[in-house]
Design a binder for this molecule. Sequence first.
Ligand code: DGL
Length: 266
Amino acid sequence: MNNNPIGIFDSGVGGLTVAHAIKQILPGENIVYFGDTAHLPYGDKSAEAIRYYSKRITEFLLEHNSKVILIACNTASASAFEYLKKEFENRAVILDVIDPVVNYLQNRKLNKVGVIGTKLTINSGAYASKLNMLMPSTTVVSLATPLLAPMIEEGFIFDDISNAIIRSYLTNETLAGIEALILGCTHYPVIKNQISKIFNFNTEIVDSARIVSVVLREILEKNGLMNNSKTVDDKFFVSDYTVCFEKIARMFFEDKINLSKANIWS
Ligand code: DGL
């Protein structure tokens, strides 16, 4: 079991931010990544649809012997985590990206925290309700920023269009005075610098990639599941091939990426 890979999924390139952090913190682990590019963006779909997609993708990752299923997508974490745990916990460790971030922040003295994410994540209230429970004296404000994930997925990252969209969202009055901003979508670390700039680099920008990787390391250690392999055997799958996915994947993993299309929806 130790030599088995970590299964990771997202709607597209977002989960690569988490996969990249995992490779840095756990270099002996191999990963199987699935980007459901045929269905992105997830953030505009219904929770039922996301649960259906998540179930089939989890089965696919289990067919590749994943010892852990990491839901590297906030939208799927908000809609499908409990469901996937119920269905698959007896076959693999199931890990989401929301709880680790909430637990990471819980002992901090913060007056006001902002959360940005997809419509489904924000409307689910997952961050707000969990933070309110653990940090009752902190005001939590949430803002849906639905254009950001498709914008990143289309490769608009360092240009005037992306800067205008980022500015228009993040100067929203709701976020005024926040001391920390949670990037409640795994796509957003790709534009972390531009986001930080809007807040003059003096608001803490919290992204899940590193936080989740540290939690994953603890879980693997505790359960005796660590792999210290010297051979890299990472696999990347998409449900629909897109040039942008490949381009962004290479930005994170250089040429070492083994990308194939998996027809799990036909
Ligand atoms: N990266 C995803 C998330 O963390 C999904 C974005 C989308 O497909 O709408 O929510």
